[in-house]
Design a protein around this ligand. Structure first.
Ligand code: SF4
Length: 456
């Protein structure tokens, strides 16, 4: 690639970014380059049948079930959930069971690596509903004994009997949405709360060894001291992992609490992060909690990553831990439920559905089919955006060739402008600015799609 060509690519990327500015978070900008199409359940089943036929022993696959209800909608919520008092749970489970059954034949000879129940608030379900859900799941699907099996919930709905049912059914990881210990902050953010200490104590008592708790940093009315105290309390209570999520601010949230002033809202969040995180990192180190050391000090408002702390060491993402279904990720995800996402790695397909019915064959899913190049580009963009680091070894393992062989000119462009630096097997992205990173990472995508993008 000659210098003028490289400059032209960067200016096309800048023009694309101007067209999409403000329409999606910067981390999701590449979604504008992929076209979705509607696909019936029957075709989705055929795709999974093909996946099952070709699956190699080293390919991992996670199972996700979405429970889309919450007792109260938090004002900051960006997730797929509806406020409901539980009266719709039975009919929803019926729809989930039809999907479990419809796809079960396809996975007859497959053992899922890991399992995740997310939401929404899955532990809002009654003892009987949780028990039935897990029985129906295991009736149709097999799971690796040593894989992570997570159930999410709000501490306010946790009871010893629900925890025992989960434990008896092999759930080995809990994830509680705590968000803050300050009741005034939770109340003013419309959060249904209570019972954190009891929920964690019960979980320890029932024998759970892997208890994650989420905190949010940046809530309106919150202080750095609260976040530090919250982290401390969680360690004292026996949480084995704490994930701290910088609040992703929806325009409605900014309007309600900050008079529509985004800079004010982001400034509040950044000041909390800058004040609280150094202290929290110190606490984590003193208590033997792993965290991503190389990312210290890198947070900017458009990075939207979480600060993860795990007791003892990093979760084994490569093998047995559940993680999201980003295209090009390490494993496939089979998702069931309203708003669930799925990812068929071998076939380079991602799909989602807003509402499932009791007739899965005719349900309409929205699917994106990726070309080889788009799949690789999406992987590179996702990893470089979120982690700022790519292992050449991992890349070769996953895609069979070196990143420099696939993308010699794009890597040369990044090097030319000092965006990356190599250290041994690792390639680091130098810019802490998320928008700047995306501007360069767009170079990996199909040039025609970038050039011809009309802003829609
Ligand atoms: S509990 Fe979670 S999913 Fe439910 S409304 Fe609150 S933020 Fe959204």
């Amino acid at each position: 690639m000659s210098l003028p060509e490289a400059d032209k690519i960067i200016s096309e990327n800048e023009s694309f970014l101007r067209k999409v500015s403000g329409k999606k978070p910067i981390s999701d900008i590449s979604l504008f380059l992929h076209r979705e199409k509607e696909v019936r359940g029957e075709e989705i089943r055929n795709l999974w049948t093909d996946f099952a036929r070709r699956k190699r022993p080293e390919d991992t696959i996670g199972f996700y079930t979405h429970f889309p209800f919450c007792a109260k909608k938090c004002s900051y919520c960006i997730y797929a959930s509806n406020e409901n008092d539980g009266s719709e749970s039975d009919s929803y489970l019926k729809r989930v069971f039809s999907h479990y059954e419809y796809f079960s034949d396809v996975f007859q000879n497959i053992s899922f690596t890991n399992l995740y129940f997310g939401g929404g608030t899955p532990n809002m379900m009654s003892d009987a509903q949780i028990d039935l859900l897990l029985r129906r799941l295991y009736r149709h699907y097999k799971f690796d004994d040593d894989g992570e099996k997570t159930f999410e919930g709000n501490p306010a709905f946790s009871t010893p009997s629900k925890l025992r049912i989960l434990k008896d059914h092999g759930i080995n990881r809990l994830s509680f949405g705590v968000q803050s210990f300050d009741e005034d902050v939770l109340r003013s953010n419309d959060r249904f709360f209570g019972g954190v200490a009891k929920a964690i104590a019960d979980a320890v008592e029932v024998g759970f060894e892997d208890i994650n708790a989420d905190l949010i940093i940046g809530l309106h009315g919150d202080t750095a001291g609260n976040v530090i105290d919250g982290f401390k309390r969680l360690l004292e209570l026996g949480a084995t992992a704490v994930h701290i999520y910088p609040l992703q601010m929806k325009p409605e949230y900014v309007a309600r609490y900050f008079g529509g002033n985004k800079a004010l809202a982001e400034g509040h969040k950044m000041s909390l992060i800058e004040e609280a995180m150094p202290k929290i990192i110190e606490l984590a180190d003193d208590n033997g909690f792993w965290h991503r050391r190389f990312l210290e000090g890198f947070y900017t408002p458009d990075n939207e990553v979480s600060f993860n702390f795990e007791r003892g060491g990093k979760r084994d993402y490569e093998k047995k831990a559940y993680f999201s279904s980003r295209p090009g990720g390490l494993n496939s995800i089979f998702g069931v439920g309203d708003w669930s996402n799925s990812n068929i790695l071998g076939r380079k397909v991602n799909y989602m559905i807003e509402k499932i019915s009791e007739n899965p064959a005719d349900d309409v899913f929205r699917a994106t089919f990726f070309s080889e190049r788009e799949w690789l580009a999406d992987y590179i963009e996702g990893i470089f955006f979120a982690n700022r680091i790519i292992s050449r070894f991992d890349f070769r393992e996953k895609f069979g060739s070196d990143i420099y062989d696939y993308f010699p000119e794009e890597m040369a462009l990044l090097e030319r402008d000092g965006m990356i630096k190599a250290e041994g097997d690792k390639i680091f992205f130098t810019s802490p600015d998320g928008t700047e990173r995306v501007k360069y990472l767009l170079s990996f995508f199909d040039r025609n799609k970038i050039k011809e993008f009309d802003g829609e």
